[in-house]
Design a protein around this ligand. Sequence first.
Ligand SMILES: Nc1ncnc2c1ncn2[C@@H]1O[C@H](COP(=O)(O)OP(=O)(O)OP(=O)(O)O)[C@@H](O)[C@H]1O
Length: 370
Amino acid sequence: MIVFDKVSKHYAGATKAVDSLSLEAPTGKLTVFVGPSGCGKTTSLRMINRLVTPSSGTILLDGEPTDRMDVALLRRRIGYVIQHAGLFPHRTVVQNIATTAHLNGAPKQKALRTAHDLLERVGLTSAFADRYPWQLSGGQQQRVGVARALASDPKFMLMDEPFSAVDPVVRGQLQDEFLRLQREIGKTIIMVTHDIDEALKLGDQVAVLRTGGTLAQIATPQELLARPADAFVADFIGRDRGYRFLSFAEFDGTVPLSTEPTVVLGKAPESLRQIATGRWILVLDAERRPLGWADAHGLKQPLREGDLNLSGTLASEGSSLRHVLDAALSSPSGRGVVVARSGEFVGTATLSNVVAAIERARVGKVGVQP
Ligand SMILES: Nc1ncnc2c1ncn2[C@@H]1O[C@H](COP(=O)(O)OP(=O)(O)OP(=O)(O)O)[C@@H](O)[C@H]1O
């Protein structure tokens, strides 16, 4: 656990960067610091590994005050990932990663083996091992930055805007991969971002800071969305908070699924019309994976791939009410297609059943009364 106990930072001649910050970042969880530009996020992060010295207050790592620790040993216990990855430009990818392990006492050969393993874990193949940072895309550099921070197997990780230097699509991929990785490794992480969507997606808890370096609210994403502490937090979280709540509500067991008549490609128009319960009929492949919807009334010849309407998204079991709502809204039949994790068709969810489940979730969530 990382604890801030009334930590402040005043720079000479400047206003307070951080003002009496007290919070706990629990072991194995990801805590995100979010807030407007200049609110003291980076300063707070850098006080943990003592790149910045607090003016007052104490930071504790697993109960031990950091100001009493040897600074080199302290930094070895903490992985540090920064924007633009900050890789050594004259070292190859694998050397960049191995450096951290080597600095922490691993013999060179072992450090290199670790580096190759980590490369795979962050989604890069060994083909990247001997490239230099300038031969990588921004997203690939960020992955190497994460691998380098993990190379000493630190218990704690500090991440300062780790995914901000890449385009939104790559950023989304990096976030998803990082969430998967964190589920495996369970590090105690503090991440800084100015992007509230990133904070809500990644954080087990989110600390919203306001200008002047004070804590406006610390809570789980669900609580922040349901019960912003004041107008500043509500405004910072943004307009879509009612809708965003759906991302955190699982639909398994809350939305009844209907059985659905299905067909395979090659079926004659007459047999489609016999089976279909309305205009649209769901088409599956031989492994019972959905291919799309077919218009049973409009079909003139045996069903071909080109006849399929592909507009519907799929919701997989274990995903959120937001996904199943999207599946229902985007489906030409109005029935959202639900698949198992294997991709096999499970059933459909009608829009009215999804909306009823949303209403139950809304009533059941923190602080909302019918
Ligand atoms: N070395 C310094 N000397 C003087 N003032 C500083 C120094 N570093 C930061 N500050 C000031 O402290 C405040 C907090 O800065 P900090 O970088 O922690 O904010 P931030 O929330 O991370 O901002 P951003 O999102 O823009 O990166 C700002 O007003 C900044 O100008």
